[in-house]
Design a protein around this ligand. Structure first.
Ligand code: FE2
Length: 263
């Protein structure tokens, strides 16, 4: 059985992920021992300037595969990026889409909310049969405050990637509950560790897998950890279950305070 982790910052010295090869290889062993079989490398692309690192990323990616083969670890690797959403994003680099398949790309929003005009731009990709995979929606304040936005994105063809640590409570109770609500509404299609290092944000998946089996059943867990990502890495079409609407969130924290002081 395969366990895919479609979101990691594993290569050394590229972004705020692993800092040197020692750390990278520690992370690789952690993932391997935890039962992950497939790892996608998705370093931050915050602006077009970051594509200047593309050659270095590709070189280090090749070296990683050699090192892992040398260590006789059976792990498969895939290459992509985590693209910070901005108006007019282009997917014209080898790392823009997973395995350069020109079909699926990982994109993140600023944590504070949902960018304007994003629906129109995503729609343009979707009519070109390119699927945006939105990273960790459960951590986005725009989604937390109005989860119906997640439903709307999925209905229009966007797919959503949950962070493994969100369902295990690493990002707090509010995020964990959001993760559960999105899972219950069939709005999650992939899971990724978003791993950056060995301690605080490791690239482990097993505990999240166990919780998702418990909550949604083995069949759903297999779709999220194995079937969907296997297709996405190859650029194949994915059929999703019809999403369910998410009930509105309870009053936003702090609202009473603002009301009291007349904001
Ligand atoms: Fe990330």
């Amino acid at each position: 059985m395969h366990i895919y982790d479609i979101h990691t910052h594993l290569l050394p010295g590229i972004d705020d992920g692993a800092q040197d090869w020692d750390e990278t290889m520690h992370m690789v062993y952690q993932a391997y021992e935890d039962g992950t079989t497939d790892i996608a490398i998705t370093h931050h692309v915050l602006s077009d300037q970051d594509y200047e690192l593309e050659n270095e990323i590709i070189e280090k990616y090749e070296e990683l595969k050699e090192r892992v083969a040398g260590a006789k670890l059976s792990l498969n690797f895939h290459l992509g990026a985590e693209i910070f959403y901005q108006h007019g994003i282009k997917l014209d680099h080898r790392i823009s889409t997973y395995n350069d398949n020109k079909k699926y790309f990982l994109v993140e929003f600023p944590m504070q909310g949902i960018p304007r005009y994003v629906d129109d731009q995503f729609f343009e990709f979707i009519i070109d049969k390119i699927t945006p995979v939105l990273a960790h929606p459960e951590r986005n304040l725009g989604i937390i405050n109005k989860p119906q936005r997640a439903f709307e994105f999925v209905q229009r063809g966007v797919m959503l990637q949950l962070n493994a640590g969100s369902i295990t409570g690493d990002f707090g109770e509010e995020v964990r509950q959001m993760a559960e609500r999105l899972l219950d509404a069939r709005l999650i299609h992939f899971v990724g560790s978003d791993g950056h290092n060995t301690r605080r944000r490791p690239i482990v998946m097993k505990e999240a897998y166990r919780r998702i089996v418990e909550r949604c059943g083995e069949q759903t867990a297999d779709v999220l950890f194995n079937q969907n990502p296997a297709k996405a890495m190859q650029g194949l079409e994915i059929r999703i279950l019809e999403p369910l609407p998410v009930p509105p969130s309870k009053a936003i924290k702090g609202f009473g305070f603002f009301k009291k002081f007349g904001f």
